[in-house]
Ligand binder design. Sequence first.
Ligand code: HEC
Length: 257
Amino acid sequence: MSEKKLCNISRRNLIAGAGKLAIGSAIAASALSVGFDVKDADASKKSLKWGWGYKKLDPKEVGEIAYKLWYKGYCCYAVVGSMVLPLRRKVGGPYKSLPIDAFRFGHGGVIGWGTICGTLLGAGIATSFIAGKTGEMMLNDIMAWYTETKLPEYKPRHPKYKGPMPITVSDSPLCHISVGKWMKKANKSFKSPARRDRCARLAADVAIYTVKILNQWVDDGYEYYMENEPQVAKYGITAQNNCMECHAKGIPGVPGK
Ligand code: HEC
């Protein structure tokens, strides 16, 4: 790393600060050894039902909230908020104290690194808070749908961008690939109003799809949505489905598969 200042902290300060940090963590470590044991952690079979519950929401309303919220805090924030805000009224309880601002970090595939699309991260956060472990299965289906569907589908009542809106299939849950394919087709820059509106509409689409699943869950139970085999079972490695896009010369063999 260069000697340049890093967030206004010079290297010297960082090193000097490291001493203080070390002392801090030594205190924390001794506290841990007295009071805590990881066997007390939540991840026991008993506690696998941690969901805070749900009452059916109107997909149209949720879509509109997500679209509007995108312009306040981007994709992940928008999708989480589109469900948490109405659930604060309908269910109340812990939803009232869940700060949706904490999920802003998901923008741009996690602070611009182009990894998972923030809308999907948001759907995962929301379904996990709402449905607990069942939320994982829902998210698997939401991710599969996202990669196969021409998006955005959502038509805002009052669109911020009024020009033509191309639609693309991402074939991938990655922000970089999803937005990149759209930018290529639309020939629009990342900062353009069209691209911004595309992602706001995508947030609405993902929120709407998620709420439809959650509503089905209330009506018919979750098994209905276990349509897609988990990725690791399918490939023997954590993976997206579009192997050939990156491994054009041939998919490498997977040890153990
Ligand atoms: C987004 C791009 C991307 C996609 C999609 C992708 N891979 Fe990879 N994969 C990589 C990169 C980059 C590496 C590291 C390559 C290296 O080290 O030479 C890698 C490594 C691997 C490896 C480790 C062995 C090796 O030769 O590097 C396996 C196995 C593998 N990929 C299998 C798959 C399979 C199966 C799929 C589809 C289910 C897939 N990959 C999809 C980018 C991708």
